[in-house]
Ligand binder design. Structure first.
Ligand code: GDP
Length: 289
């Protein structure tokens, strides 16, 4: 997790030789810039971060300590985008969450992981199978539902995800569930039909949250897709999946910076317990070693 970013950060930090002068600060900033770009952090985020680090370091007096503390502060500011981390319950249950994302991003797995996470908090959770695009998705969710012992609403005959979502909400209300998690269709790439379907589901159930599951291996493409989903769907949070993979880590910084919506959870494995609330402090500590 974060290996590339961490390695290049440490490399950059180790290369820094401060002689309390502007020349060494310039060199340090140059190293930092290379490390961030290599880790797939968006260039605008890099530019802003460097400016902050430069100004703060100068204000505190040039030196390695002040440089590192300014860097820590800058990273935290990006990751602590406005809004909350983790899960927020609506004042009146059920809290309705629409799960969106591209096919293969890990959306269905993440829906089950989140359901299980909430179950361990003592919540009564209902999942709804509204991904009728990928043939195996409903079957996958059925198996996951049995495995984690969380209820699933699905319809064998219907081909109408909007109706299924509405019926699932009705079931969640009647059954006094605390949370309804709606798994929706993905596509390999964004298209009009996908967005229209998602918008119709959203209008039908008025979710409290729209979570976007982003594959952290997807680099700048992933950031662009998240941006497009946000424009169309007004996302309220991002869950980064596959953080255990060969991720360059920068996608976390880029999504937080570019889109300005909070990262809520990170998925770090294929298994159900591999989901943790996103904690900016912890990520920054890990990054800086
Ligand atoms: P969907 O098409 O978006 O619903 O994607 P799936 O939930 O079917 O996930 C696609 C693949 O990614 C599956 O093989 C999952 O096991 C895997 N996957 C999901 N989340 C993670 C994760 O956090 N780490 C790893 N390593 N694999 C994951």
């Amino acid at each position: 997790m974060f290996d590339t970013l961490t390695e290049s950060f440490r490399g950059a930090i180790n290369k820094i030789r401060f002689h309390d002068d502007e020349k060494s600060l310039k060199k340090a900033l140059e190293e930092l810039k290379k490390a961030l770009l290599k880790a797939d952090v968006h260039y605008k985020a890099v530019k802003d971060l460097l400016k902050t680090v430069e100004n703060e370091t100068k204000a505190k007096g040039i030196g390695k300590e002040s440089f590192l503390s300014a860097l820590r502060q800058g990273l935290l500011e990006i990751l602590q985008t406005s809004g909350s981390q983790g899960f927020v319950f609506a004042s009146k249950p059920p809290t309705v969450v629409l799960m969106a994302g591209l096919q293969g991003s890990g959306k269905t797995t993440t829906t089950a992981k989140l359901a299980s996470f909430l179950k361990t908090k003592g919540k009564k959770v209902l999942m709804a199978a509204c991904d009728l695009q990928r043939l195996a998705a409903v079957e996958q969710l059925k198996q996951l539902s049995a495995q984690i012992e969380v209820d699933l609403y699905h319809e064998e005959e219907s081909a109408n995800p909007v109706q299924i979502a509405k019926n699932a909400l009705h079931r969640a209300n009647e059954g006094l569930y605390d949370v309804l998690l709606v798994d929706t269709a993905g596509r390999l790439a964004i298209d009009e039909a996908l967005m229209q379907e998602l918008k119709s589901v959203k209008e039908a159930i008025h979710p409290h949250e729209v979570f976007y599951v982003a594959d952290s291996l997807s680099g700048q493409d992933g950031v662009r897709s998240a941006e497009r989903f946000h424009q169309e769907m007004a996302l309220s949070g991002v869950i980064l999946s596959k953080f255990d993979g060969d991720s360059k880590g920068g996608v976390a910084l880029s999504i937080a910076y570019q889109i300005g919506i909070p990262l809520r959870f990170i998925g770090s494995g294929e298994k159900i317990p591999d989901l943790d609330p996103f904690l900016p402090d912890r990520i920054v500590n890990r990054l800086m070693g």
